[in-house]
Write a protein of this length. Sequence first.
Length: 262
Amino acid sequence: MVNFDTYCIDRRNPTPSEYYLYLEEVDSCCPKCGAPFSITKAGRYVKGCEIAHVFPNSPTPAEKVMLRDVRTAGVNSEDPLNKIALCHNCHKFYDDNKSVELYNEMFDLKAAKHRALEAKKLIADKNIESEISKIINRLGIISDSEIGELEKLEYNALKVSEKIEDKYMLMRRRIENEVLLYFTFIRQEFSNLPYGSFSFDTMAFNIRHAYCMLRDKGLDKKEIYKQMTNWFERKTGCDVEACQIMVSFFVQDCEIYEELSK
């Protein structure tokens, strides 16, 4: 049960660093409707967001009854974990239509955005071998005829279905298709690299370590796949779809995810 006397404290404006954190957390777009926060009026940039409280800072008597048993984040209502950047319209709608269902949605949304930002920071300093960049770039230009000439991975050799639950079915199907098409090509490209130029085992260990850091942070498999793809993209500057294929390769190669328990 929420202790309103200790959790709800006087309103405090966010510091500049906190404000930047809120924007970074949602990629400078409203996480509810997608509206950009950088907008122009009469040729001038104006602030397009507001910092909203997930749990109300000054709940009404009705809200106290309605929200008395919900989850809360942070030590009090002014904790950054209880605030999220929203556009004006979504902020107003949330304040004017408070319900347990809407509150839980906003609570989960804030938690997911904060978790994703923390995960991004967690692996930001980890480097990716330059050889991976070269192969990812090759993925972007390989022709259908080249792919057709390669020996295909047998479908019964796939390990993906043994590592990804049915609730991630769309992601699993995409990874399986990418593995069937590109796994042999990527493995061949790694084997063609000059001997001594890099260690595949070391690279695989680094990929595995990055995955374990995200897993231990509490991200689910879909969030991990997205963060690993974004990490490859940021570090290599390569096309995001090619980076996604490379992540699928490491799912198949056992660096990412574990086998499901029987």
